[in-house]
Design a protein around this ligand. Structure first.
Ligand SMILES: Cc1cc2nc3c(=O)[nH]c(=O)nc-3n(C[C@H](O)[C@H](O)[C@H](O)COP(=O)(O)O)c2cc1C
Length: 119
């Protein structure tokens, strides 16, 4: 499945482009199967608080991360949430998207999902 967090809709749009079972991260969510995380970036390159909390109880099932950010924040913090999650959980950073990204990104995400999450 895909577990995602979206505040202003960009990640939600990306998720709508992928054929997969999806679930939005809410407080206290517990999942029972492998998932791909798709998240936005908060603060200055930070993981959103609700994503940190979700990973604290579900991180062992996380197979990869896709991050959305805004490159106007500068390369040092662009999509920083993805770099941090990948390092903390030793999982691949599948794609770093500027806002909603592009069709080629959705294809790469779909392929990763089929090979490494449900495959
Ligand atoms: C308060 C705030 C802080 C942000 N900080 C960063 C940041 O440090 N790096 C980055 O790449 N994007 C940052 N962004 C941009 C969002 O991550 C980006 O717009 C993303 O596409 C939002 O996804 P969503 O529409 O699904 O919420 C920030 C946005 C807001 C509102």
């Amino acid at each position: 499945m895909i577990a995602y967090a979206s505040r202003t809709g960009n990640v939600r749009y990306v998720v709508s482009k992928i054929k997969a079972e999806t679930i939005e991260i809410v407080e206290g969510l517990k999942v029972d199967k492998p998932f791909l995380l798709i998240t936005y970036t908060d603060g200055l390159g930070d993981i959103p608080v609700k994503v940190t909390r979700f990973l604290e109880s579900n991180g062992s099932l996380c197979k990869g991360v896709v991050v959305s950010g805004n490159s106007n924040f500068g390369h040092r913090v662009f999509g920083g949430a993805g770099d941090k999650v990948a390092a903390l959980y030793r999982i691949p950073l599948v794609r770093k998207l500027d806002l909603r990204g592009y069709q080629a990104d959705y294809e790469a995400i779909q392929q990763f999902y089929e090979k490494r999450v449900i495959g």
